[in-house]
Design a protein around this ligand. Sequence first.
Ligand SMILES: NC(=O)C1=CN([C@@H]2O[C@H](COP(=O)(O)OP(=O)(O)OC[C@H]3O[C@@H](n4cnc5c(N)ncnc54)[C@H](O)[C@@H]3O)[C@@H](O)[C@H]2O)C=CC1
Ligand SMILES: O=C(O)[C@@H](O)CS(=O)(=O)O
Ligand SMILES: [Zn+2]
Length: 437
Amino acid sequence: MTVIYLKKADKTPETETGTAQQVVTEMLSAIGTRGEAAVREYAKKLDSWDGEIVMSREEIDRRAAEVPASVRRDIDFAIKQVSDFAVAQRDSMQEFSVGLHPGVTAGQRVLPVNVAGCYAPAGRYAHIASAYMGVATAKAAGVKTIIACSGPFRGGPMHPYLMYAFDRAGADVIMTLGGVQAIATMAYGLFSGKPADVIVGPGNKFVAEAKRTLFGKVGIDVFAGPSEVAVIADETADSAMVASDLVGQAEHGHESPAWLFTTSKALAQDVMQRIPALIDALPPTARDAAASAWRDYGEVIVCDTREEVVVVSDKYASEHLEVHTKDLDWWLENLTCYGSLFLGEETTVAFGDKTSGPNHVLPTKGAARYSGGLSVHKFMKTLTWQRMTREGAREIAEVTARISRLEGMEAHARTADDRLAKYFPGQTFELGEPVVA
Ligand SMILES: NC(=O)C1=CN([C@@H]2O[C@H](COP(=O)(O)OP(=O)(O)OC[C@H]3O[C@@H](n4cnc5c(N)ncnc54)[C@H](O)[C@@H]3O)[C@@H](O)[C@H]2O)C=CC1
Ligand SMILES: O=C(O)[C@@H](O)CS(=O)(=O)O
Ligand SMILES: [Zn+2]
């Protein structure tokens, strides 16, 4: 296999994991011990926020009324797109019952969790879209109580458009809290009295690490940390468009990788030559983030064949994966690891990030090897049930008794014996050798 790095990164998505783990462990321990007081201290220390945590209905209504009509229209449009996709996902999940043996019926129920916590980041940018990605999807799933958190924006209160998005998408409680303290608050039910069953939403390395650490106590959607983008391109791709799309996501932050995998060395060189000027032309916040992201995490890999590109791309398992090639169906058929796939130049990651419909909360750091992104499924439980007639229980009980005894579990076996004795008095059964040890 021929794989040539025209640009190799010093850092990988794993590079900063250790420092975040240490910080998060300390913060969760303090919040676990001292609860709301510790949360308030972190909000003050990290985000300069000592205002109200839970927003009142009056405040939400007052601030929502100040949102310009054109902004409302755009947010409402995007909420509908995301919601329609989530409802289609919900409808694809079926309850069923099946006869497995004469007199034996089993089935599956599909139920939403009772309480969901939805986080929207607000550190570098006001992540309005993350607000509706989480809440609208929870709503489509039928979650009864939705708690939504986002940090104060640049030292002030929650960004008004982000707050509007939370409210419009259907949040029941909105809190001005960012970072680890927000995730812990939702997990422990602080300020609301309602501990979340599942916490979803993207965030920086501290937020992602807090969710990972609390997993088990709560369910989480997926490890959705610093954004990643990969573009697969062949000689037919428009290098200007490829370069624009790589820079388009590198603006997320200093730790956001942008990768190009291609079968065309000429295209790779052209894209690399275009990127510095695109970064230089950005406003300061984006320029600062994209410049160091590209310098430290950017990679350009040239392969001989498209089959080799598939191997490389599946190994990186990028959060977002764009394909700018001929024969798009071949790539859809063959690629297996990505958070969300964007086929053809006509779509782009930003469309999925903000508006088109499929969720933008997606797996990072290789989590796309084992999970997709946020979907209605992450708020749902597939629960099983079974029932039997007495006749149906006859053979099941005999086999159960024998297997239990083979395993050394005499008490299990006797629950089967008891039923056979009750339902079929006087009959004899082959129940295995009693466990003696
Ligand atoms: N994977 C995905 O689906 C998505 C990922 N993202 C990512 O979300 C991230 C958003 O990050 P931010 O803008 O930072 O917003 P954020 O809301 O995730 O983080 C800001 C919070 O971090 C906390 N914090 C900052 N420095 C800290 C420190 N030294 N110790 C402890 N806590 C600290 C503060 O409490 C602050 O409220 C970006 O990396 C972006 O790429 C965004 C959207 C989707
Ligand atoms: O990682 C992501 O999905 C982000 O690109 C989404 S957004 O651009 O912050 O909306
Ligand atoms: Zn993005």
